[in-house]
Design a protein around this ligand. Structure first.
Ligand code: ZN
Length: 464
């Protein structure tokens, strides 16, 4: 054999031996029955599936199986399979996953659809997460925050996921509001200065908007009249708030006015009011009626007086001193009843009022200070109360029409004369004196007028 042939043969033999040794692996190995990873349900018992030892040798090799599965507890358990071979340990592992199937749960505090002001961020109201197996999982909640929603996710120890969402709707649904300081109806004398008392504006989304309030309208205090100031403000969303303040500019008390304001309290009545209206119509004189509640069958007289151009004013619904002066609440409930009734008859809300007994009454002294409080609150609500500076005495103390005539005409002066009379049932003295009183006034340079919101306010000194 030639030398190269020997070498060639040697290489072939070598490759053959190496190949044989590789294929004929003498090292034993472990082959598991079943998968290397098995999932079982909680409390389901684990059945060991065992393993086979693959070996070329005829010698039996002992397989050791170690490890425990506690199927009453969620977790990952290892079972270890091992054999000894030539002082070496060969191992294989199987993972048993014990799992439960019930999902955890997240409960959101507050709404799942939340309305937010544009450009406001949601302030978390809270949440709680529970799982049947793990108990409280609140700490494990992960929140993914997006602009239009927050996604809350949690997983229990068995990797069961739960997801819930809180959605955000960005909108400003509320209009702003304007709060006027001071009364919304004010009365000032001619040529006085009007001082703006101020205002505040607030919006639920934009916050304080006071600096953006626009005031429109003017008050010309040199001209008697009723003026309106309009306060408007708009929020970013375009909602508009509007408030109005009424400013009455009334003539300053004129000592040479020579005006007579005839006022009739406690009516209407079936026997007196029609005659009073008749005379006033014939004499073309406007007067003022301070009305109390009567049978609705007399409502036509109120309507008639209103249509004739007289002023329909509030006196009282009950005219019961004990009741109306017992509290502010009782007073205004009574006033509102009368106001509502008059408005339903005439279609106009009355603003002129007269306290039963006048603002100087002492019958209310069982409730100290009530008149002071009522006079203030009444004015704040926009009402104007009128007392009188001429009493006719017709509510008692006179015994003839002539006495009524005398009482009135002897007290008239060169100023605003507010005459207190009554058109209650059976008051014929007044009915019979009325035309003579009017004639006296006309013959002595007086004019007659009904009380309006711009009439100089005649009021007594409050005694309680
Ligand atoms: Zn009265």
């Amino acid at each position: 054999m030639k030398r190269y042939q020997q070498a060639y043969l040697l290489i072939v033999v070598y490759i053959f031996i190496v190949g044989f040794l590789i294929l004929w692996n003498p090292i034993p190995r472990i082959e598991l029955n079943g998968d290397e990873e098995i999932t079982i349900l909680l409390n389901e018992s684990y059945q060991e599936l065992g393993a086979k030892v693959k070996s070329l040798s005829q010698k039996k090799i002992a397989l050791k199986i170690e490890g425990n599965v506690d199927s009453t507890k969620v977790g990952d358990y290892s079972i270890l399979y091992s054999i000894e071979y030539k002082e070496k340990t060969i191992q294989k592992k199987r993972i048993i996953k014990v799992r439960e199937q019930e999902k955890p749960m997240i409960i959101l505090t507050g709404d799942t659809k939340v309305k937010l002001c544009p450009n406001h961020e949601y302030q978390e109201l809270g949440y709680e997460a529970f799982d049947n197996y793990d108990g409280n999982l609140t700490d494990k909640v992960v929140i993914h925050k997006l602009k239009d929603k927050w996604i809350y996710t949690v997983e229990d120890s068995s990797q069961n996921p739960y997801t819930t969402v809180r959605q955000f709707i960005y909108e400003d649904a509320e209009a702003p509001s304007i709060t006027l300081q001071g009364s919304s109806v004010m009365t000032i004398y001619q040529n006085e200065t009007y001082n703006e008392l101020g205002y505040q504006a607030y919006d639920n989304c934009d916050g304080d908007l006071t600096s953006q309030v626009k005031v429109s309208g003017t008050v010309n205090t040199s001209v008697v009249g009723v003026y309106e100031l309009k306060y408007t403000v708009s929020d970013t969303a375009g909602h508009i708030a509007e408030e109005t303040r009424v400013i009455r500019v009334t003539p300053a008390p004129d000592l040479n006015g020579k005006v007579i304001y005839l006022t009739f309290d406690d009516g209407p009545s079936r026997t007196i009011t029609p005659g009073v209206l008749q005379i006033l119509r014939e004499e073309n004189v406007k007067a003022t009626f301070f009305i109390i509640n009567h049978d609705d069958s007399l409502n036509y007289l109120i309507r008639q007086a209103y249509e004739d151009g007289h002023t329909i004013a509030i006196h009282s619904y009950t005219h019961n001193y004990r009741h109306i002066y017992s509290s502010e609440q009782a007073f205004f409930e009574d006033l509102n009843l009368m106001s509502t009734k008059l408005e339903s008859i005439t279609g106009v809300k009355p603003y002129i009022t007269r306290f039963p007994g006048g603002s100087s009454n002492t019958v209310s002294r069982f409730n100290p200070g009530i008149m002071t409080r009522l006079a203030k609150e009444l004015t704040n609500k926009g009402y104007i109360y009128f007392d009188w500076n001429i009493g006719s005495g017709d509510a008692g103390g006179v015994s003839s029409a002539y006495e009524v005539y005398q009482n009135v005409t002897s007290s008239l002066g060169n100023h605003t004369n507010v005459v207190l009379m009554h058109d209650f049932e059976g008051n014929y003295y007044t009915l019979n004196a009325l035309r003579d009183i009017i004639h006296y006034g006309k013959n002595n340079g007086y004019t007659f007028s009904n009380i309006t919101e711009t009439t100089p306010q005649i009021k007594h000194r409050i005694a309680n």
